[in-house]
Write a protein that binds this ligand. Structure first.
Ligand code: PMV
Length: 327
C-alpha cells in the first residue's frame, strides 16, 4: 500500500508555488466532511501576482515542523491532512515552510493556494507519483477550493470525481482586489459552512440552484458572454452571502467599505464599464473586468473611503514546482 521514500532527498529542498483562485460560482457547504466533498459544483479563475511559495525538506528531528510566514506554527488543519496522507504514503518527518505575499485567512483564498502548493511540493519531494488530478483530490481533502488552484485560468470542481478540470479557454479577464480589512476572519469557512448546512432554511435551495447556476455559467464562459456572466456571478455571490446571513448565528463577513465597493462596481457597470463583483468569506471585494477597464476600475475603487489597498491582477498558472529549488 505505502511507497517508501525515506531515503529521498535528505538535505535538499523542493519548492512549489500556487496562486489563489476566486470562485465566480461559489461553493458553500459539504456533502461529505470526511472526504471534503462540496455539496455543489463551483467555477473559478486562478490569479497571478498573489502567490504562496512552499518549500519542503526532510525534518532534522522526528516530527514535522511547520513554518507559516516565518513563524513556527502548530496548524491543526495541516497536521490532520498529513495524517491522512500518511495513511496512504510513507512520508518522513517534513519541514514545511510556506509564505504568502498577501494577507492570510482574510478572504483572499490563502488556504487554496497554500494546500495546492503543499501537495505539489510534497508530491515531488517524496516522489509520490501523483498526477495533477490526484494532487487536486489531495488538495481538496484539506480545502475544497484548493483543488481549483492546481489548475491555471478558468477551472471547475464538480462531481462525480471532484478533481479540478480546466475550461480550456483563453479569456484574459483582470481582477481588481479591494482590500478593506486584512485581519484574520473570525469564523473559518469550514465552521461557517457546517453552521449554514445545519441552521439555514435556505440551504437546500442554495445547493439545488447552484448546480443550475454552474451549468449555465460554464456555457457563458465558453461563449465569453461577459454581460450575462456578470449577472450570474453576482447572483451566486449575493445568494451565498444571503445564505451566510440566514445562518444561526448569522455570518456577516462584510465591512461597511465592502458594501460601498459593491455599489461602486454596480454604478460602473450601469455606466457601461464591463465589471462585476464577487466576495468570499471575508470583507475584500474582487472586481472582475475586461482588461481595458482595469485601470478605471482600480482608480475608482482606490478612491473609496475604507479601501486600504487595491491589487490589479491577471489570470495565473496552476500550481507548479520552482525548478531552481536546491540550495
Ligand atoms: O474550500 P474552502 O474551505 O477554502 O472554502 C471556500 C469558500 C468560498 O471561498 C467562500 C467559496 C469558493 O467556492 O471558493
Amino acid at each position: 500500500m505505502s511507497q517508501g521514500i525515506e531515503q529521498h532527498n535528505p538535505g535538499h529542498s523542493t519548492r512549489a508555488q500556487a496562486h489563489p483562485n476566486i470562485a465566480l460560482i461559489k461553493y458553500w457547504g459539504k456533502s461529505d466532511t470526511l472526504m471534503n466533498l462540496p455539496s455543489a459544483p463551483s467555477l473559478s479563475i486562478t490569479l497571478d501576482t498573489l502567490v504562496t511559495e512552499t518549500s519542503i525538506t526532510n525534518a532534522s528531528g522526528n516530527s514535522d515542523e511547520v513554518w507559516l510566514d516565518g513563524e513556527k506554527t502548530i496548524d491543526l488543519k495541516i497536521a490532520g491532512w498529513l495524517i491522512d496522507l500518511r495513511q496512504r504514503f510513507d512520508l518522513p518527518p517534513l519541514e514545511i515552510r510556506s509564505t504568502n505575499n498577501f494577507p492570510t485567512a482574510s478572504g483572499l483564498a490563502s488556504s487554496a493556494s497554500g494546500f495546492a502548493a503543499l501537495i505539489t511540493a510534497i508530491n515531488a519531494h517524496c516522489e509520490l507519483g501523483l498526477d495533477n488530478n490526484q494532487c487536486s483530490i489531495w488538495a481538496r481533502r484539506a480545502s475544497a477550493s484548493a483543488a481549483r488552484s492546481m489548475q491555471g485560468g478558468w477551472a471547475t470542481l464538480s462531481g462525480p470525481h471532484w478533481h479540478v478540470e480546466s475550461l480550456e479557454i483563453n479569456w484574459p479577464v483582470r481582477v481588481v482586489v479591494a482590500i478593506t480589512d486584512a485581519t484574520r476572519k473570525a469564523v473559518s469557512s469550514s465552521v461557517g459552512m457546517a453552521q449554514s448546512k445545519d441552521t439555514s432554511p435556505y440551504y437546500p435551495a442554495w445547493v439545488e440552484t447552484t448546480t443550475q447556476d454552474f451549468a449555465a455559467a460554464t456555457d457563458l464562459v465558453a461563449a465569453q458572454d461577459f454581460a450575462a456572466l456578470a449577472e450570474l456571478a453576482e447572483h451566486s455571490c449575493l445568494k451565498m452571502h444571503g445564505l451566510m446571513m440566514s445562518t444561526q448565528p448569522g455570518l456577516l463577513y462584510w465591512k461597511p467599505a465592502t458594501l460601498a465597493v459593491i455599489h461602486a462596481i454596480r454604478e460602473l457597470r450601469a455606466e457601461g464599464v464591463p465589471v462585476f463583483f464577487t466576495v468570499d468569506a471575508g470583507p475584500q471585494v474582487k472586481a472582475i473586468c475586461l482588461p481595458e477597464a482595469a485601470k478605471a476600475v482600480e482608480d475608482k475603487l482606490a478612491s473609496i473611503s475604507g479601501v486600504q489597498q487595491t491589487l490589479n491582477v491577471g489570470l495565473g498558472p496552476g500550481a507548479h514546482l520552482v525548478t531552481n529549488a536546491t540550495p
